[in-house]
Design a protein around this ligand. Structure first.
Ligand SMILES: NC(=O)c1ccc[n+]([C@@H]2O[C@H](COP(=O)([O-])OP(=O)(O)OC[C@H]3O[C@@H](n4cnc5c(N)ncnc54)[C@H](OP(=O)(O)O)[C@@H]3O)[C@@H](O)[C@H]2O)c1
Length: 167
């Protein structure tokens, strides 16, 4: 199973504030949609709650991780640990599996990821409270593809693909 992190981050690898994103980039949302459609999503309960209406994303399998034993949400598969999430995701092979946040899930899943799609936004979000690991500081990760910079809503951003090597 290939596990892929997909996330948009600022220059300091900040990704969110007060349970929400710090930016609005329709181009990035379109990239996220076309990349993940038909795949399996792994997410924390707070990220599910941040989606419109707290609803799962359509045309994808939504696996939600929570400690709450009685948690239920229409259209979601609920698990209670990283291990359970990984073994459930595996049953959908060969569908690709995407780690879609938030901070706690990116951190716990990164050791199992072999690829990452990072939308690098060339800005510094104001007072963010959620961050991911800086892949540029990890020797095992390297950039394999990088788009030209794009502009939208006054923000400059690039799509950067990383791969984890054997180091
Ligand atoms: N920029 C981006 O691309 C992007 C993408 C996604 C999210 N975000 C942002 O990230 C923020 C949310 O991230 P977050 O770190 O606060 O929350 P999160 O990772 O989405 O969810 C945290 C919750 O997941 C559950 N959980 C985590 N690890 C678990 C484990 N090992 N076993 C069982 N349950 C576990 C717990 O749910 P319970 O409390 O129910 O037990 C925990 O409270 C928001 O600001 C969101 O907008 C940004």
């Amino acid at each position: 199973m290939e596990l892929i992190e997909i996330v948009a981050a600022d220059r300091n690898w900040a990704i969110g504030k007060d349970g929400d994103m710090c930016h609005h980039l329709p181009e990035d949302m379109a990239f996220f949609r076309r990349t993940t459609l038909g795949g399996v999503l792994l997410m924390g309960r707070k990220t599910l709650d941040s989606f419109p209406g707290g609803k799962p994303l359509p045309k994808r399998i939504n696996i939600v991780i929570t400690h709450q034993k009685d948690f239920e949400r229409e259209g979601c598969l609920v698990v209670h640990s990283v291990e359970e999430a990984l073994s459930l995701a595996q049953t959908f092979a060969p569908k690709p599996v995407f780690v879609v946040g938030g901070g706690t899930i990116y951190r716990q899943m990164l050791p199992f990821c072999t690829k990452a799609y990072i939308t690098k936004i060339d800005t510094t979000f104001e007072a963010p409270d959620t961050f991911i690991d800086n892949l540029d500081a990890l020797a095992s990760w390297r950039v394999i593809e990088e788009s030209a910079p794009m502009e939208q809503n006054g923000l400059s951003f690039r799509f950067v693909t990383y791969e984890r090597g054997s180091q």
